[in-house]
Write a protein that binds this ligand. Structure first.
Ligand code: BGC
Length: 476
């Protein structure tokens, strides 16, 4: 960065101080995380919800049957039909994707459920035209924090990922969904309400027995893993044998809502304050795809308006002033710019924002994207390390999915490096060597995972285990 003027270099240094999380801090965060996971399982609870899911077994690979799956994610709505075949760990899938219209995310509850039911109806009619179907078993992936007293029941604790639809928080979402379905006569019965992380864990374990943790690093972020009920004091009243396995949807996005350890910058504070749910999802707001572009934007606007340097001097930055105008794919493109002179980044700024950064500003932009992306990956690793340490997993696989994990440049390597630092692994002898804990691309959690959880639940009901079943008639 020889050509960058001193005042810009000073700004870059300040940003580095703000956004860098060193090894000691990663370790401190991880230790606090372990305590918070435990607290979330206690009767008193903590800020991480640690929701029991009533998914009570790992798949064997021998599961079979035909299932529907519906995934109401942060960005898309997807409907699938999955056939778990008689070949071990094999499946066939057909699917349709529908965009989740932006206005629905802040609209009213009826419109949401009508839209969801509509997509499902379209799918069934397209793939089974004119057939007189028996009710099919459906796994519904609802990727928001929901307390589940039963697997076919889920009370939304609060919306995350920018959703803000009134009349749903504090309510059981299953009857709302079922009413919309019934109005259309779609032939389904809800067999499992699941979280995308639990789906990811189960789908990944279907093909890889070393899988112990499922994670999503996408629009939101979260993880799931198995506990024994003996380690879940808040389930003691159920009087289940203490060695009964139970998948836990951590909802770790809520980690450190009380701001004890996370190194928040002034920009993180603004993101939180201006979000629909201030004070919630502190960890998620530093990591998830929904927020990375917004963090980047806030820094650039501040450097234009307030700091001594006044980047983009004399230019109209109105487009950049619009909140949430940049998503994480914009940052990905900046980080991927292969050219020494960052000409692709310059084109991006011109085309998207009508701003022409000079050469030094381009250097700052690139460094800022690296800092934000690196911080997200390193903080994510703290959550994975915390679960692994709590459970005593010295070696395992972690299945991860989501746009940030799959598409953000260097996210995987940066996360792996942070895990190495937190867990004090020696340097690798060669690049081919596996890390003791590897975070790998997961199998399709909200499709195959949802089908598997439905299949596993039907099987255990058949075997007489009715724990966490509200409507036994749906499990035949
Ligand atoms: C939600 C979780 C979900 C995660 C990833 C978070 O905002 O609260 O339920 O697993 O996003 O989609």
């Amino acid at each position: 960065m020889v050509d960058v003027p001193k005042d810009l270099i000073d700004e870059i240094k300040k940003l580095e101080e703000h956004f860098t999380v060193d090894t000691a801090k990663l370790k401190e965060i991880t230790e606090h995380f372990i305590n918070e996971l435990t607290k979330g399982l206690s009767v008193e609870g903590g800020s991480i919800p640690m929701n029991p899911t009533w998914c009570m077994a790992m798949p064997t690979g021998e599961e079979q049957g035909t299932f529907l799956a519906l995934d109401m994610g942060g960005t898309n709505l997807r409907v699938c039909e999955i056939i778990l075949t008689d070949q071990k760990s094999e499946f066939d899938i057909i699917q349709s994707k529908y965009r989740m219209p932006e206005e629905l995310k802040t609209g009213d509850a009826d419109e949401l459920w009508e839209y969801v039911a509509d997509c499902l109806q379209q799918f069934v009619e397209a793939h089974h035209p004119g057939e007189n179907l028996d009710k099919m078993h459906l796994g519904f992936t609802f990727s928001y924090p929901a307390t589940q007293d039963y697997i076919d029941h889920g009370v939304l604790q609060r919306w995350t990922k920018g959703f803000d639809i009134s009349g749903v928080e504090g309510e059981n979402v299953v009857p709302m969904f079922e009413a919309a379905i019934a109005r259309r006569g779609v032939p389904i019965k809800l067999t499992a309400l699941i979280n995308d992380t639990t789906g990811t864990l189960i789908a990944s374990a279907y093909t890889d027995t070393k899988m112990k943790i499922g994670c999503i690093f996408g629009t939101g972020c979260n993880a799931a893993y198995f506990e024994n009920t003996g380690s879940i004091p808040k389930l003691a009243h159920m009087k289940l044998p203490p060695d009964t396995p139970m998948a836990i949807n951590c909802e770790w996005g809520a980690f450190d809502n009380e701001h004890k350890v996370l190194p928040r910058t002034p920009y993180d504070i603004i993101i939180d304050k201006d979000s629909p749910r201030p004070g919630q999802q502190a960890f998620e707001k530093m990591i998830a795809g929904l927020y990375l572009g917004e963090l980047f934007r806030l820094v650039l606007v501040n450097l234009h308006d307030n700091e001594g340097v006044h980047i983009f001097e004399g230019q109209n930055i109105d487009k950049l002033r619009k909140a949430y105008t940049l998503d994480s794919s914009f940052l990905s493109l900046v980080e991927e710019d292969p050219f020494e002179n960052l000409s692709e980044t310059a084109d991006l700024f011109q085309n998207k924002l009508s701003i022409s950064p000079n050469r030094s500003e381009l250097e700052l932009i690139r460094r800022l994207a690296e800092l934000i992306g690196t911080r997200a990956a390193r903080l994510s690793a703290c959550g994975v390390a915390a679960i692994a340490k709590k459970k005593g997993y010295e070696s395992c696989h972690v299945g991860a999915d989501g746009s940030v994990f799959n598409k953000y440049p260097h996210f995987k390597q940066r996360g792996a490096q942070a895990l190495r630092e937190i867990l004090d692994w020696p340097e690798k002898k060669n690049q081919k060597e596996e890390d003791p804990i590897e975070i790998l691309a997961a199998e399709d959690g909200s499709g195959v995972g949802a089908a598997l959880i439905a299949a596993l639940t039907l099987q255990r009901v058949k075997d007489g285990n009715m724990a966490g079943i509200l409507h036994p008639e749906n499990f035949k």
